[in-house]
Ligand binder design. Structure first.
Ligand SMILES: Cc1cc2nc3c(=O)[nH]c(=O)nc-3n(C[C@H](O)[C@H](O)[C@H](O)COP(=O)(O)O)c2cc1C
Length: 331
């Protein structure tokens, strides 16, 4: 998820049982131009695997080159974005627009699949307009072009995130292709995951918003554990770790703004009084945020210490030799 799936989010997802995690979407044009911030998305840590890195763009040759960089960075899967509904992306002919341009979509998948040894997956929406069934036309063609798996988020681009994901369409896609299909959309609990898997025949479910500030949902989905929810200390500890990791990845300046939306996600759901979140959002530095969290939940200190001791050393990360050092944020 763009603006969400930073490395801290992905590593946390793996710790809580996600079988596969995915990067934010990465612009192939940004990679082509060696944009520093874009290159930063290719940072892979040892404890993220298996990891998919998602690229978006509209030019097959540029996408193929981006895929080679993704492979060199150490990803396990190259994922292609044919789902982004945001105008900034669709107006360049990338993202969900490609669902209505199957020839170009296939040319992109073919070029990417040829350029790397890794499996290539595609993430799609149902189509551009409400009620569209474009994914059922383009999906089988993408498999022919080289996609090893398809993920469907069965909302239209126009819908953005409104209404419900129509997983009847996921079931139809499953019946049309002989590769694994991953179901994405509105999976927030084990019961929902089981029902989507049973009614669609999908090989897996993908969890997006349900895991925002809520890694405990992943554990519940995977093995039914912890349905009662985390203690306040556990919530504060995970948030403190998330803040520290994100500062290390993005640097204090970027992280301070980036993290604000996460405070509501972690502290909401009746876990902390609403005023507490308001207070955190207004603080200037992440250090102040961490101090306030420790004060609100003193028992978190012990959990943070244990979690930090278990994390691998950041020095073990795989880095591209050609990456400028300044992208490594806080170090
Ligand atoms: C903030 C946000 C950013 C997203 N960014 C991406 C993205 O970069 N690439 C992508 O394939 N899907 C992206 N998605 C869509 C999700 O992957 C997912 O398909 C969708 O949110 C439905 O699943 P959910 O109900 O589990 O959230 C994004 C969704 C949200 C809410």
């Amino acid at each position: 998820m763009a603006g969400v799936s930073v490395q801290a989010f992905r590593r946390q997802g793996r710790r809580y049982g996600a079988g596969l995690v995915c990067s934010e979407m990465v612009s192939c044009a940004g990679l082509e131009h060696r944009n520093e911030r874009t290159l930063g998305y290719l940072r892979v840590a040892r404890d993220e695997h298996p990891l998919a890195i998602q690229i978006f763009g509209s030019e097959p040759g540029v996408m193929a080159e981006a895929a080679r960089m993704v492979a060199a960075a150490g990803a396990d899967i190259v994922d292609i974005n044919f789902g982004c509904p945001v105008r900034k992306v669709t107006k360049t002919g990338a993202g969900a627009t490609l669902l209505e341009d199957p020839d170009r979509a296939c040319a992109i998948v073919g070029a990417v699949a040829e350029s790397v040894e890794l499996p290539v997956s595609v993430k799609m929406r149902r189509g551009l307009e409400n009620g569209s069934r474009a994914c059922l036309v383009v999906g089988p063609r993408l498999v022919e072009a080289g996609a090893a798996t398809l993920t469907l988020h069965p909302r239209s681009a126009r819908q953005m995130y409104t209404g419900e994901a129509d997983h009847a369409l996921t079931a139809e896609l499953v019946s049309l292709v002989d590769v694994p299909v991953v179901a994405s959309g509105d999976v927030t609990s084990r019961a929902r995951a089981q029902s989507v898997l049973a009614t669609t025949g999908a090989a897996a479910v993908m969890v997006g918003r349900g895991a925002q500030g809520n890694p405990w949902a992943l554990r519940e989905i995977v093995d039914g554990a912890g349905a009662a929810g985390p203690s306040r200390e556990e919530v504060a500890a995970e948030l403190i770790l998330f803040v520290r990791e994100t500062v290390r990845e993005l640097g204090e300046h970027r992280a301070a703004g980036f993290l604000k939306k996460f405070y509501g996600w972690y502290l909401g759901r009746g876990r902390f009084p609403r005023a507490f979140k308001q207070e955190l959002v207004q603080l200037d530095t992440t250090e102040e945020v961490v101090t306030r969290l420790f004060a609100a939940a003193p028992g978190a200190a012990e959990i943070v210490e244990r979690l930090e001791a278990e994390l691998p050393d950041p020095a073990d990360e795989i880095l591209l030799d050609s990456m400028p050092i300044s992208i490594y944020g806080g170090g």
